[in-house]
Write a protein that binds this ligand. Structure first.
Ligand code: HEM
Length: 213
């Protein structure tokens, strides 16, 4: 859900692999939720199904957010321009899983009580950050269509740069809620740092640094 508005306008795929991606990527996005549904109906989600659903939806929300952030480096370094329209699909998948994650928490943990959610947002820092991240994903999802691109013009690009903040927020949310083993959230933090580093215009910075010497 990032980058320039023009790159969001889908181009016709050029070969078989690329046309396959048009179907494979949306199907891939639906696999985790389908798995959850199958395991739910087979009663195979373990001793605490609600906890399992919260974890799976949270993790996939984060993974799809990261996958959407992989699109720009793949275009820049591998020349995979055809991936551009799939960034929207991956971003929407991230929002979809974040919505399921929040809904699971609201319905099953808080008994659909918005007052409790308000209290949690004010009192539990990891929920505060998670909710802020969710609001960013919501803003990006509702403006990820052509009409919004046309209407917002240059502001669309500025708004969609908030995806980086969403990535940081999601990692902080994860780091904050983990009590003992920080390994997994730290791996996500390292991946995010690498993804953000690919956005830094190193050559321009180097050129500026060498001329200022
Ligand atoms: C209002 C919004 C949110 C609420 C109320 C919320 C709540 C929670 C809760 C209760 C947990 C489990 C805590 C525990 O195990 O003790 C959790 C875990 C997690 N959440 Fe969220 N969250 C929110 C938003 C988000 C967003 C937007 C993302 C990412 C896009 C996210 C990603 C995660 C991840 C990765 C985990 C850890 C999953 C694991 O244990 O493997 N959350 N969240």
């Amino acid at each position: 859900m990032t980058a320039t508005a023009t790159s969001e306008v889908s181009k016709k795929p050029r070969n078989r692999a690329q046309s396959l991606a048009r179907f494979a990527i949306p199907i891939f996005c639906l696999i985790p939720v389908s798995g959850l549904l199958v395991f739910f109906f087979l009663d195979k989600l373990g001793a605490d199904p609600i906890e399992k659903i919260t974890h799976v939806t949270g993790e996939w929300g984060l993974r799809f957010l990261f996958l959407s952030l992989c699109v720009s480096p793949a275009r820049k370094f591998l020349g995979w321009q055809w991936l551009a329209p799939h960034r929207r699909t991956l971003g929407l998948a991230s929002f979809g899983y974040a919505l399921l994650h929040l809904a699971t928490y609201l319905v099953f943990d808080l008994g659909f009580n918005f007052a409790f959610l308000g209290e949690d947002i004010l009192e539990r820092p990891y929920i505060t950050v998670g909710f802020g991240t969710f609001l960013i994903l919501l803003a990006l999802a509702v403006t990820s269509n052509r009409r919004a691109i046309r209407k917002l013009k240059k502001r669309w690009g500025t708004l969609h740069r908030l995806v980086y903040l969403a990535g940081i927020g999601a990692v902080i949310h994860f780091l904050w809620l983990v009590k003992a083993d920080l390994q997994e959230p730290l791996i996500y933090a390292a991946v995010l740092a690498a993804l953000l580093a690919t956005r830094i215009p190193w050559q321009t910075l180097r050129a500026r640094y060498s001329t200022s010497k």
